[in-house]
Ligand binder design. Sequence first.
Ligand code: PRP
Length: 174
Amino acid sequence: MKEQIQVMISEEEVNARISEIAAQISEDFKGEEILVIGILRGGVYFCTELTKKITVPVILDFMEASSYGAGTESSGQVHITKDLIEDIAGKHVIVVEDIVDTGRTLRLLLENLKARGPKSLKLCTLLDKPQRRVVEVQVDYNGFVIPNKFVIGYGMDYAQKYRNLPYIGVVEGE
Ligand code: PRP
């Protein structure tokens, strides 16, 4: 049976918010160069759309992290499965994610990146689901605060499908 999808945040709303965040980052880092780290796989659509709209020089790199555990409730064990190519020491770094949920992935990634000596380190996420937070994470740039619903699209999947939807949706019945 094909899943029914309901739109939570439209393509127009997402794009408009991304433009606002890009303008804010461009203003905050005026005259500087930034190194943007997209977190695979979910962060890839947001990362590419965002960086296209940023007006200061951008170096782009990617990392991937996975959490291992039973079902959707991870055990909290997060591992880096793909590391950066770039050296981030002395750079202004912005980590770009699709969603902060429990916070475990970003906590690990940010601690790991901090130890590499960046000049500054910020977190930018398209979605923030604070009701699910288990560990504290500072979000510096956020697109939308959302309720505790299973969301898809704009990088987020349901059994690996729907990442390429240009809007944020909810799978009905979830
Ligand atoms: C998602 C998302 C974040 C993480 C957030 O990735 O992209 O990386 O979960 O959850 P947390 O705050 O509870 O740690 P996922 O592990 O689903 O991998 P994917 O991006 O490849 O889909």
